[in-house]
Write a protein that binds this ligand. Structure first.
Ligand SMILES: [Ca+2]
Ligand SMILES: [Ca+2]
Length: 321
């Protein structure tokens, strides 16, 4: 027989190929209907306990100045859970931190129980709304005023609870506190001298006053001045009569920090009227005599209001020194 089919006959049906396609379709349908949904169900059922669910107190800084306010965040990390709600309970040292406010954060935006804050404790209950949340975000913000120098640890209480999809019990496993340091205000200080320039010499009349240092401070617990002055009150005055130009440094401190302030008392020789400075020579003598003739007050070297032989005595006694 001729195995060649006539040209006008239909092509032979490939039964084996059709059967293979049918098998693939049936297996795929069965897998879609039963196997894949079951595996998804197993995944969602959460047979293994969730882990890594953390409430932590966080802040951009761990130091605050006394009497200032600061805000910390309570941050939830959902770990492997899908979180729907959190009952957040915080404790803090009431001697150090004055409570101001607690509000809910954006991560669990529904406030289920309004925030309450009092001496040493704060709490709020927040929920996710229509769907659980995964990831990490702020669930509460707490504002305090620091009222005592020292350290203050803000704790997430063990009574805090977190609820998650598929979990009938509290899933909170990690609670992380935050320790803030309350520091004193930095001290401030002012230091001045009057007059800023004094005269000295072999013959220094009593009427030529020394320079008076005057200082004041705020937030300080200790103060001292160098150049032999030593420990001083937190504000006060002290007369000084250095023999040469001298810079005085006031050092002021408290438990947090210290600062310094300086002032320079210029000292020149009595009778040194004109340049060169600190040399009493014929030009100073000339300036004195000229002022004396003109009855100028610049000839009153001992500053007693009179221009007389005592002024003349000063310049001749110190001449050449
Ligand atoms: Ca001179
Ligand atoms: Ca005089």
């Amino acid at each position: 027989m001729d195995p060649i089919h006539p040209l006008d006959a239909p092509p032979p049906v490939n039964h084996r190929a059709l059967f293979s396609v049918l098998i693939v379709v049936v297996v795929g349908f069965l897998a879609y209907q039963y196997v894949l949904p079951k595996s998804r169900l197993d995944f969602n059922r959460g047979d293994a306990a969730v882990s890594g669910v953390t409430l932590s107190v966080q802040s951009t800084t761990t130091s605050v100045v006394l009497n200032n306010q600061f805000t910390v965040d309570v941050v939830l990390n959902t770990g492997t859970a899908t979180v729907t709600a959190a009952d957040i309970r915080i404790s803090f040292p009431q001697n150090t931190l004055q409570p101001i406010s607690i509000t809910g954060g954006s991560f669990l935006p529904s406030v289920l129980s309004p925030g309450t804050i009092g001496s040493g404790t704060a709490s709020i209950v927040v929920g996710s709304g229509t769907a659980g949340r995964q990831g990490m975000g702020t669930v509460a913000m707490i504002t305090f005023r620091a009222v005592q120098i020292g350290t203050a640890t803000i704790q997430v209480d063990a009574t805090s609870q977190v609820a998650a999809v598929g979990e009938p019990v509290n899933v909170l496993t990690i609670r992380t506190p935050l320790t803030m340091t309350v520091a004193n205000n930095p001290p401030t200080a002012e230091l001045s001298a009057s007059p800023l320039a004094i005269k000295t010499g072999l013959l220094v009349p009593v009427s030529l006053a020394p320079s008076r240092l005057t200082w004041s401070t705020t937030n300080a617990t200790a103060a001292s001045i160098d150049q032999g002055v030593g420990t001083v009150q937190l504000s006060g005055t002290k007369d000084v009569a250095p023999s040469t130009t001298t810079t005085y440094t006031l050092t002021v401190s408290n438990s947090s920090s210290s600062i310094t302030r300086t002032v320079t008392v210029q000292v020149s020789k009595i009778g040194d009227i004109v340049a060169p400075v600190n040399t009493i020579d014929i030009f100073d003598y000339n300036a004195f005599v000229t002022a004396f003739i003109n009855n100028s007050s610049s000839a009153d070297l001992d500053a007693d209001g009179d221009m007389d032989l005592f002024d003349y005595n000063i310049i001749v006694t110190n001449f050449g020194r």
